[in-house]
Ligand binder design. Sequence first.
Ligand code: NAD
Length: 491
Amino acid sequence: MEKIGIVGAGTMGGGIGQVAAAHGHLVTLYDSQPGAAEAMIQGIIQRLERWTISGRVDEGDAKAIIDRLSFAASLEGLAASELVIEAVSEDLPLKQKVFAALEEIVGTETIIASNTSSLSITEIAAGLRSPERVVGMHFFNPAPIMKLVEIVSGDLTNPDVAKRCFDLVRGWDKHPVMCHSHPGFVGNFVNRPFYLEAVRIREEGIADERTIDELMVRAAGFRMGPFELMDLVGVDVNLAVSEAVWNALGRDPRFEPSGVQRTMVKLGKLGRKSGHGFYPYGDLNVSPRPRIVPPGASTTSIRIGPTSGGLHELVERARANDIVVNTGAEIDGIEVDDVRLTLSDGFTAREHTMGSAIPAVLVDWAHDLSTTSSLGIASDVPRALPSAAGFLHQIGIEALHLNDSSGLVVGRIMSSLINLAAEALAKNVASREDIDTAMLLGFNYPEGPLSWGRRLGPGVVHAILRHMGDHLDKGRYGPIEELEAALATST
Ligand code: NAD
């Protein structure tokens, strides 16, 4: 595929064009907006000049890339392309019109791909004479940098077409994953709870946005928290993807966007680009602080039972900090002075305290309890929190205050993501390995959700989801039937 045509010379079309030209293809860009394709080529030239100065690309290569880029004044200018990648605005009728026009112009062997983030490849191809040559090539933004490309097959896509696109982008130093045209494909389907649950947790008054962001970065290991990421990408852009996935899934209540997101869009609070989103920017830039539990007195010893309440890494950290660890068969969790720490399992702290002589402190999940520098904690007994925070502080962990609830923050978001990853696997949207790779490379997960769930154990993930379903809403939080099977099998 020497000649590649790009329709829509915006952010994505320009980025994909640059990548293709960098790998030796002759790229022709077309945009319906007069002057837009030329302007995009100028933009690429400037980007390459910056990259030349910083040593990222050498001058000769940059010149060769620029020489391989051209623009067409009309769609007919793409007639000789062996592959056309469409990257016009995310609008199904518009894309269908572009595809119908392309079918009249390009050769019968030409592959026609769409960079859509959320529309159905089957629907884009509907009504065409040869829907078998239509495929999704979902690049991520910025295309020259992001490694993930989802190669999406619609119901009628010829597997050979998908395979050729897969091999092509692998040669572009990308990491393609194969998936079926399911709403949101792999990434935008599995990742919905990252935002939706965060917004619900905030609405339910369990934690504010800064505390949630802090926990998702420092405890869960993501590069950015959900609220700062929504502000960066645009609250409107995030809402549009959420609405598209929710509608395409028959308005499944698990995916319903929150009223808060819709109100923010109506009020023009779109994030960084409008100066105000979940956080203020510009002149108003006063970053709120997370809700920290002031550490109480330090302790010289702790007591643990046979299971340490799922917190054995904290026990190891206590030993490493010269805290004496006593054991007792009757103890459940970690006892610190007169409070008991236990890992969040979907029951509330109040339920754990009931019938017990000492108050319970629920500890939220972390990606790695042996290294985390931050943990959310909650208790129904306010005096219990400083004691727990004092111990955590001694072993290098800052405790953040959460209101008592089922699943808390990281546990609630992560178990929901793991549940959807298992659902994507059960629906055969992609392979186990590709689901994890998509989330690692496209969404900056610290670990693939299926691998994470397997490490925790299917019983632990199943229990928290089951208890969240009982406490919050069965229709939204129950474990899927195939969860245990998805997490039990390893490859
Ligand atoms: P954009 O608004 O930056 O660019 C779209 C371009 O398409 C514009 O220049 C517009 O003039 C042009 N256009 C509109 N109608 C056209 C037509 N009929 N013929 C030719 N050109 C036409 O949008 P974008 O962010 O580059 O997104 C493009 C596609 O990529 C969308 O489907 C989007 O969902 C998808 N996508 C976007 C991102 C992202 O983060 N921006 C990431 C992955 C996928």
